[in-house]
Design a protein around this ligand. Structure first.
Ligand SMILES: NC(=O)c1ccc[n+]([C@@H]2O[C@H](COP(=O)([O-])OP(=O)(O)OC[C@H]3O[C@@H](n4cnc5c(N)ncnc54)[C@H](O)[C@@H]3O)[C@@H](O)[C@H]2O)c1
Length: 362
Protein backbone atom coordinates (compact mmCIF):
# COMPACT_ATOMS: atom_id res chain seq x y z
CA UNK A 1 0.00 0.00 0.00
CA UNK A 2 1.19 3.44 -0.81
CA UNK A 3 1.34 5.52 2.33
CA UNK A 4 1.87 9.03 1.16
CA UNK A 5 1.32 10.12 -2.34
CA UNK A 6 3.24 13.05 -3.62
CA UNK A 7 5.09 14.41 -0.65
CA UNK A 8 6.46 17.74 -1.74
CA UNK A 9 9.89 17.95 -0.26
CA UNK A 10 11.54 21.09 -1.36
CA UNK A 11 9.24 22.96 -3.67
CA UNK A 12 10.54 26.43 -4.19
CA UNK A 13 13.18 26.46 -1.51
CA UNK A 14 16.20 27.24 -3.67
CA UNK A 15 16.43 31.00 -4.03
CA UNK A 16 17.19 32.29 -7.49
CA UNK A 17 20.50 33.72 -6.39
CA UNK A 18 21.54 30.51 -4.63
CA UNK A 19 24.63 28.54 -5.54
CA UNK A 20 22.52 26.68 -8.08
CA UNK A 21 23.19 28.11 -11.52
CA UNK A 22 20.77 27.54 -14.43
CA UNK A 23 20.52 23.89 -15.40
CA UNK A 24 21.79 24.20 -18.96
CA UNK A 25 24.86 26.10 -17.89
CA UNK A 26 25.61 23.54 -15.24
CA UNK A 27 25.33 20.63 -17.60
CA UNK A 28 27.82 22.28 -19.89
CA UNK A 29 30.28 23.31 -17.22
CA UNK A 30 32.85 21.05 -15.65
CA UNK A 31 33.08 20.31 -11.97
CA UNK A 32 36.52 21.85 -11.80
CA UNK A 33 35.16 25.24 -12.70
CA UNK A 34 32.97 25.15 -9.61
CA UNK A 35 35.70 24.16 -7.18
CA UNK A 36 36.70 27.06 -4.98
CA UNK A 37 40.32 28.00 -5.43
CA UNK A 38 40.82 30.15 -2.38
CA UNK A 39 43.56 28.16 -0.70
CA UNK A 40 46.74 26.38 -1.74
CA UNK A 41 47.15 28.58 -4.79
CA UNK A 42 50.73 29.32 -3.86
CA UNK A 43 51.47 25.61 -4.00
CA UNK A 44 49.70 25.43 -7.35
CA UNK A 45 47.08 22.95 -6.17
CA UNK A 46 43.35 23.60 -6.04
CA UNK A 47 41.50 23.76 -2.76
CA UNK A 48 39.51 20.73 -1.66
CA UNK A 49 35.92 20.78 -2.93
CA UNK A 50 33.37 22.01 -0.46
CA UNK A 51 30.29 19.95 0.28
CA UNK A 52 28.28 22.26 -1.92
CA UNK A 53 30.59 21.68 -4.87
CA UNK A 54 30.51 17.93 -4.31
CA UNK A 55 26.72 17.86 -4.29
CA UNK A 56 26.61 19.84 -7.54
CA UNK A 57 28.52 17.26 -9.58
CA UNK A 58 25.39 15.26 -10.33
CA UNK A 59 24.10 18.09 -12.51
CA UNK A 60 26.19 16.86 -15.43
CA UNK A 61 24.34 13.51 -15.74
CA UNK A 62 20.89 13.32 -17.31
CA UNK A 63 18.50 10.75 -15.92
CA UNK A 64 15.35 12.47 -17.13
CA UNK A 65 12.57 9.92 -17.60
CA UNK A 66 14.18 7.30 -15.34
CA UNK A 67 12.46 5.96 -12.25
CA UNK A 68 14.50 5.13 -9.14
CA UNK A 69 13.61 3.28 -5.97
CA UNK A 70 15.92 3.85 -2.99
CA UNK A 71 15.34 1.41 -0.12
CA UNK A 72 16.47 2.59 3.32
CA UNK A 73 15.74 6.30 3.71
CA UNK A 74 14.35 7.79 6.91
CA UNK A 75 16.26 11.01 7.42
CA UNK A 76 18.78 13.22 5.65
CA UNK A 77 21.93 12.10 7.46
CA UNK A 78 22.60 8.85 5.61
CA UNK A 79 23.83 7.58 2.30
CA UNK A 80 20.35 6.75 0.97
CA UNK A 81 19.29 10.37 1.19
CA UNK A 82 22.38 11.61 -0.65
CA UNK A 83 21.79 9.04 -3.39
CA UNK A 84 18.17 10.22 -3.75
CA UNK A 85 19.42 13.75 -4.01
CA UNK A 86 22.02 12.96 -6.68
CA UNK A 87 19.52 10.95 -8.74
CA UNK A 88 16.82 13.62 -8.42
CA UNK A 89 19.28 16.38 -9.30
CA UNK A 90 20.09 14.44 -12.48
CA UNK A 91 16.40 14.39 -13.39
CA UNK A 92 15.25 10.96 -12.19
CA UNK A 93 11.87 10.40 -10.56
CA UNK A 94 12.84 9.22 -7.09
CA UNK A 95 10.76 7.02 -4.82
CA UNK A 96 11.89 5.69 -1.46
CA UNK A 97 11.28 2.69 0.81
CA UNK A 98 11.12 3.46 4.52
CA UNK A 99 11.14 1.02 7.44
CA UNK A 100 7.70 1.08 9.10
CA UNK A 101 8.97 1.77 12.65
CA UNK A 102 10.44 5.10 11.47
CA UNK A 103 7.95 5.89 8.72
CA UNK A 104 5.65 8.08 10.82
CA UNK A 105 8.39 10.38 12.05
CA UNK A 106 9.95 10.55 8.57
CA UNK A 107 6.70 11.59 6.96
CA UNK A 108 6.01 14.15 9.66
CA UNK A 109 9.50 15.60 9.22
CA UNK A 110 9.05 15.77 5.45
CA UNK A 111 5.76 17.60 5.82
CA UNK A 112 7.20 19.98 8.40
CA UNK A 113 10.04 20.81 6.01
CA UNK A 114 12.75 19.57 8.39
CA UNK A 115 14.82 18.25 5.48
CA UNK A 116 14.24 21.08 3.02
CA UNK A 117 17.66 22.61 3.54
CA UNK A 118 19.34 19.24 2.96
CA UNK A 119 17.56 18.66 -0.33
CA UNK A 120 17.88 21.99 -2.13
CA UNK A 121 17.19 21.00 -5.71
CA UNK A 122 17.07 23.75 -8.23
CA UNK A 123 13.83 22.62 -9.83
CA UNK A 124 11.98 21.96 -6.57
CA UNK A 125 12.05 18.19 -7.07
CA UNK A 126 10.44 15.91 -4.58
CA UNK A 127 10.23 12.29 -3.61
CA UNK A 128 7.25 11.11 -5.60
CA UNK A 129 6.23 8.38 -3.19
CA UNK A 130 7.31 6.97 0.13
CA UNK A 131 6.53 3.27 0.35
CA UNK A 132 6.61 1.44 3.66
CA UNK A 133 9.18 -1.36 3.34
CA UNK A 134 10.36 -3.94 5.80
CA UNK A 135 13.16 -5.69 3.97
CA UNK A 136 13.16 -8.76 6.21
CA UNK A 137 9.87 -9.88 4.67
CA UNK A 138 9.66 -11.06 1.08
CA UNK A 139 5.94 -11.87 0.71
CA UNK A 140 2.86 -11.19 2.88
CA UNK A 141 2.84 -14.76 4.26
CA UNK A 142 6.24 -14.05 5.90
CA UNK A 143 4.85 -11.37 8.22
CA UNK A 144 4.24 -12.81 11.69
CA UNK A 145 1.03 -12.06 13.57
CA UNK A 146 2.77 -10.06 16.31
CA UNK A 147 4.26 -7.73 13.66
CA UNK A 148 0.93 -7.28 11.88
CA UNK A 149 -0.64 -6.22 15.17
CA UNK A 150 2.33 -4.18 16.40
CA UNK A 151 1.39 -0.52 16.79
CA UNK A 152 4.34 0.59 14.68
CA UNK A 153 2.87 -1.39 11.76
CA UNK A 154 -0.74 -0.52 12.54
CA UNK A 155 -2.73 0.45 9.46
CA UNK A 156 0.09 -0.51 7.11
CA UNK A 157 0.02 -3.24 4.53
CA UNK A 158 1.98 -4.00 1.41
CA UNK A 159 5.38 -3.45 3.06
CA UNK A 160 7.02 -6.71 1.95
CA UNK A 161 9.57 -6.59 -0.86
CA UNK A 162 7.29 -8.39 -3.32
CA UNK A 163 4.37 -6.05 -2.61
CA UNK A 164 6.47 -2.90 -2.94
CA UNK A 165 7.75 -4.12 -6.31
CA UNK A 166 4.15 -4.76 -7.41
CA UNK A 167 3.03 -1.33 -6.20
CA UNK A 168 5.87 0.42 -8.04
CA UNK A 169 5.00 -1.52 -11.19
CA UNK A 170 1.39 -0.38 -10.81
CA UNK A 171 2.45 3.24 -10.21
CA UNK A 172 5.23 3.61 -12.80
CA UNK A 173 5.18 0.49 -14.99
CA UNK A 174 8.92 0.00 -14.55
CA UNK A 175 11.90 0.96 -12.41
CA UNK A 176 15.30 1.73 -13.92
CA UNK A 177 17.40 2.16 -10.78
CA UNK A 178 17.18 0.25 -7.51
CA UNK A 179 19.32 1.19 -4.52
CA UNK A 180 19.75 -0.93 -1.38
CA UNK A 181 20.85 1.43 1.37
CA UNK A 182 19.83 -0.39 4.49
CA UNK A 183 21.35 -2.50 7.20
CA UNK A 184 20.31 -3.76 10.59
CA UNK A 185 22.23 -5.82 13.12
CA UNK A 186 20.45 -6.05 16.48
CA UNK A 187 23.65 -7.21 18.20
CA UNK A 188 26.04 -4.89 16.33
CA UNK A 189 27.61 -3.73 19.59
CA UNK A 190 28.60 -7.30 20.56
CA UNK A 191 31.84 -8.87 19.37
CA UNK A 192 31.36 -11.87 17.09
CA UNK A 193 32.58 -14.07 19.93
CA UNK A 194 29.48 -13.08 21.91
CA UNK A 195 26.94 -12.86 19.09
CA UNK A 196 23.95 -15.19 19.28
CA UNK A 197 22.79 -17.29 16.34
CA UNK A 198 19.61 -15.26 16.32
CA UNK A 199 21.47 -11.93 16.19
CA UNK A 200 23.85 -13.16 13.49
CA UNK A 201 21.04 -14.45 11.28
CA UNK A 202 19.00 -11.28 11.85
CA UNK A 203 21.95 -9.19 10.60
CA UNK A 204 22.28 -11.42 7.52
CA UNK A 205 18.55 -11.35 6.86
CA UNK A 206 18.13 -7.56 7.05
CA UNK A 207 21.48 -6.54 5.59
CA UNK A 208 22.35 -9.20 3.00
CA UNK A 209 19.44 -11.45 2.02
CA UNK A 210 17.29 -8.33 1.63
CA UNK A 211 19.49 -7.45 -1.35
CA UNK A 212 19.05 -10.88 -2.92
CA UNK A 213 15.30 -10.53 -2.48
CA UNK A 214 15.26 -6.99 -3.92
CA UNK A 215 16.98 -8.23 -7.07
CA UNK A 216 14.67 -11.25 -7.30
CA UNK A 217 11.54 -9.11 -7.09
CA UNK A 218 12.65 -5.95 -8.90
CA UNK A 219 14.83 -7.20 -11.77
CA UNK A 220 11.78 -8.61 -13.61
CA UNK A 221 10.26 -5.11 -13.74
CA UNK A 222 13.52 -3.39 -14.74
CA UNK A 223 14.51 -2.64 -18.33
CA UNK A 224 17.67 -4.01 -19.92
CA UNK A 225 20.53 -1.81 -18.74
CA UNK A 226 18.84 -1.17 -15.39
CA UNK A 227 21.07 -0.79 -12.37
CA UNK A 228 21.06 -2.09 -8.80
CA UNK A 229 23.47 -0.56 -6.29
CA UNK A 230 24.03 -1.41 -2.62
CA UNK A 231 26.22 -0.09 0.17
CA UNK A 232 28.90 -2.15 1.89
CA UNK A 233 31.70 -1.52 4.36
CA UNK A 234 35.37 -2.50 4.56
CA UNK A 235 34.61 -4.66 7.66
CA UNK A 236 33.63 -7.34 5.12
CA UNK A 237 37.26 -7.99 4.29
CA UNK A 238 39.38 -6.43 7.06
CA UNK A 239 38.87 -6.68 10.82
CA UNK A 240 37.13 -3.60 12.19
CA UNK A 241 36.82 -4.06 15.97
CA UNK A 242 33.51 -2.62 17.16
CA UNK A 243 31.52 -3.53 14.02
CA UNK A 244 30.05 -6.66 15.52
CA UNK A 245 26.93 -8.78 15.75
CA UNK A 246 27.65 -10.53 12.45
CA UNK A 247 27.46 -7.28 10.50
CA UNK A 248 30.94 -7.88 9.07
CA UNK A 249 29.74 -11.29 7.87
CA UNK A 250 26.59 -9.76 6.38
CA UNK A 251 28.69 -7.27 4.40
CA UNK A 252 30.93 -10.10 3.14
CA UNK A 253 27.79 -11.90 1.97
CA UNK A 254 26.51 -8.73 0.32
CA UNK A 255 29.72 -8.35 -1.68
CA UNK A 256 29.84 -11.98 -2.72
CA UNK A 257 26.15 -11.91 -3.64
CA UNK A 258 26.78 -8.78 -5.73
CA UNK A 259 29.06 -10.81 -8.00
CA UNK A 260 26.72 -13.78 -8.29
CA UNK A 261 23.65 -11.59 -8.81
CA UNK A 262 25.55 -9.59 -11.45
CA UNK A 263 26.07 -12.80 -13.38
CA UNK A 264 22.56 -14.17 -12.94
CA UNK A 265 20.59 -10.91 -13.34
CA UNK A 266 22.92 -9.86 -16.16
CA UNK A 267 22.16 -12.94 -18.19
CA UNK A 268 18.48 -13.15 -17.26
CA UNK A 269 17.46 -9.49 -17.43
CA UNK A 270 20.44 -7.43 -18.64
CA UNK A 271 20.45 -5.72 -15.25
CA UNK A 272 23.71 -4.58 -13.62
CA UNK A 273 24.47 -5.13 -9.93
CA UNK A 274 27.23 -3.27 -8.08
CA UNK A 275 28.10 -2.30 -4.53
CA UNK A 276 29.84 0.72 -3.07
CA UNK A 277 32.24 0.19 -0.18
CA UNK A 278 31.74 3.51 1.54
CA UNK A 279 33.96 5.27 4.03
CA UNK A 280 32.66 6.14 7.50
CA UNK A 281 29.76 8.60 7.80
CA UNK A 282 27.98 9.78 10.92
CA UNK A 283 24.53 8.58 9.85
CA UNK A 284 21.77 7.66 12.26
CA UNK A 285 22.44 3.93 11.82
CA UNK A 286 26.20 4.32 12.27
CA UNK A 287 25.75 6.48 15.36
CA UNK A 288 23.91 3.60 17.00
CA UNK A 289 26.85 1.22 16.65
CA UNK A 290 28.24 1.80 20.11
CA UNK A 291 29.76 4.13 22.61
CA UNK A 292 31.60 3.65 25.85
CA UNK A 293 30.56 6.14 28.48
CA UNK A 294 32.54 9.37 28.20
CA UNK A 295 34.21 8.31 24.95
CA UNK A 296 33.65 8.99 21.27
CA UNK A 297 31.24 6.73 19.39
CA UNK A 298 32.46 3.98 17.07
CA UNK A 299 31.71 6.09 14.03
CA UNK A 300 33.51 9.15 15.42
CA UNK A 301 36.64 7.04 15.90
CA UNK A 302 36.22 5.58 12.42
CA UNK A 303 35.93 9.03 10.82
CA UNK A 304 38.95 10.40 12.67
CA UNK A 305 40.96 7.27 11.80
CA UNK A 306 40.06 7.60 8.14
CA UNK A 307 41.08 11.23 7.99
CA UNK A 308 44.36 10.52 9.73
CA UNK A 309 45.31 7.43 7.73
CA UNK A 310 43.68 7.47 4.29
CA UNK A 311 45.74 8.54 1.26
CA UNK A 312 43.54 11.58 0.62
CA UNK A 313 43.05 12.52 4.28
CA UNK A 314 40.04 14.69 3.61
CA UNK A 315 36.39 14.85 4.68
CA UNK A 316 34.01 12.41 3.05
CA UNK A 317 30.44 13.63 2.51
CA UNK A 318 27.38 11.50 1.89
CA UNK A 319 27.16 13.39 -1.42
CA UNK A 320 30.44 11.75 -2.50
CA UNK A 321 28.71 8.40 -2.26
CA UNK A 322 25.62 9.91 -3.89
CA UNK A 323 27.74 10.82 -6.91
CA UNK A 324 29.36 7.37 -7.10
CA UNK A 325 25.90 5.78 -6.97
CA UNK A 326 24.77 8.18 -9.68
CA UNK A 327 27.63 7.03 -11.91
CA UNK A 328 26.81 3.38 -11.26
CA UNK A 329 23.13 4.10 -12.00
CA UNK A 330 23.75 5.90 -15.27
CA UNK A 331 24.71 4.69 -18.72
CA UNK A 332 28.24 5.97 -18.11
CA UNK A 333 28.82 2.68 -16.30
CA UNK A 334 26.86 0.51 -18.72
CA UNK A 335 29.59 -2.16 -18.92
CA UNK A 336 30.33 -2.19 -15.20
CA UNK A 337 28.73 -4.92 -13.11
CA UNK A 338 29.65 -7.19 -10.21
CA UNK A 339 32.08 -4.65 -8.77
CA UNK A 340 32.78 -3.38 -5.29
CA UNK A 341 33.65 0.27 -5.78
CA UNK A 342 35.59 1.92 -2.95
CA UNK A 343 34.45 5.43 -2.11
CA UNK A 344 36.56 5.95 0.98
CA UNK A 345 39.42 8.37 0.28
CA UNK A 346 41.53 5.27 -0.48
CA UNK A 347 41.54 3.97 3.08
CA UNK A 348 41.04 0.39 1.87
CA UNK A 349 44.50 0.41 0.29
CA UNK A 350 46.36 1.04 3.53
CA UNK A 351 48.08 -1.68 5.56
CA UNK A 352 49.56 0.58 8.20
CA UNK A 353 48.05 3.22 10.46
CA UNK A 354 50.39 6.16 10.07
CA UNK A 355 49.03 7.83 13.20
CA UNK A 356 49.77 4.77 15.33
CA UNK A 357 51.76 5.23 18.57
CA UNK A 358 54.26 2.72 17.16
CA UNK A 359 54.96 5.02 14.23
CA UNK A 360 55.95 7.96 16.41
CA UNK A 361 59.56 8.91 15.74
CA UNK A 362 61.94 9.55 18.70
N1 LIG B 1 27.52 5.17 7.78
C1 LIG B 1 28.62 4.53 7.45
O1 LIG B 1 29.72 4.82 7.95
C2 LIG B 1 28.56 3.44 6.40
C3 LIG B 1 29.76 2.98 5.83
C4 LIG B 1 29.70 2.00 4.85
C5 LIG B 1 28.47 1.46 4.47
N2 LIG B 1 27.32 1.93 5.06
C6 LIG B 1 26.04 1.33 4.64
O2 LIG B 1 25.21 2.34 4.07
C7 LIG B 1 23.87 1.86 4.13
C8 LIG B 1 22.99 2.99 4.66
O3 LIG B 1 23.30 3.23 6.01
P1 LIG B 1 23.60 4.67 6.62
O4 LIG B 1 24.82 4.53 7.46
O5 LIG B 1 23.57 5.67 5.56
O6 LIG B 1 22.43 4.86 7.68
P2 LIG B 1 20.89 5.23 7.56
O7 LIG B 1 20.39 5.23 8.96
O8 LIG B 1 20.69 6.45 6.73
O9 LIG B 1 20.27 4.03 6.71
C9 LIG B 1 19.94 2.77 7.22
C10 LIG B 1 18.46 2.58 6.93
O10 LIG B 1 18.10 1.20 7.05
C11 LIG B 1 16.75 1.20 7.46
N3 LIG B 1 16.37 -0.14 7.89
C12 LIG B 1 16.80 -0.84 8.96
N4 LIG B 1 16.19 -2.04 9.00
C13 LIG B 1 15.36 -2.10 7.92
C14 LIG B 1 14.45 -3.06 7.43
N5 LIG B 1 14.27 -4.24 8.03
N6 LIG B 1 13.75 -2.78 6.30
C15 LIG B 1 13.89 -1.60 5.68
N7 LIG B 1 14.75 -0.63 6.10
C16 LIG B 1 15.47 -0.90 7.21
C17 LIG B 1 16.73 2.25 8.55
O11 LIG B 1 15.41 2.68 8.86
C18 LIG B 1 17.56 3.35 7.90
O12 LIG B 1 16.72 4.23 7.17
C19 LIG B 1 23.87 0.62 5.01
O13 LIG B 1 23.90 -0.53 4.19
C20 LIG B 1 25.18 0.76 5.74
O14 LIG B 1 25.69 -0.47 6.22
C21 LIG B 1 27.34 2.91 6.01
Amino acid sequence: MKVASIIALVAGIAPSDSFLAPQAALRASSFASRVPTAVSEAAGSPAAPTRTAVSMMSKSVDLTGKVAFVAGVADSSGYGWAICKALAEAGATVTVGTWPPVLGIFEKSLKRGTFDEDMKLEDGSKFENVYPLDAVYDVPEDVPEDVKTNKRYAGLSGFTIQEVAEQIKADYGTVDIVVHSLANGPEVTKPLLETSRRGYLAASSASAYSMVSLVQKFAPIMPKGGSVVSLTYIASEKVIPGYGGGMSSAKAQLESDTRVLAWEAGREYGVRVNTISAGPLKSRAASAIGKEKGKKTFIEYAIDYSKANSPLGQDLYNDDVGNAALFLSSDMSRVITGTTMYVDNGLNTMGLAVDSESMKKD
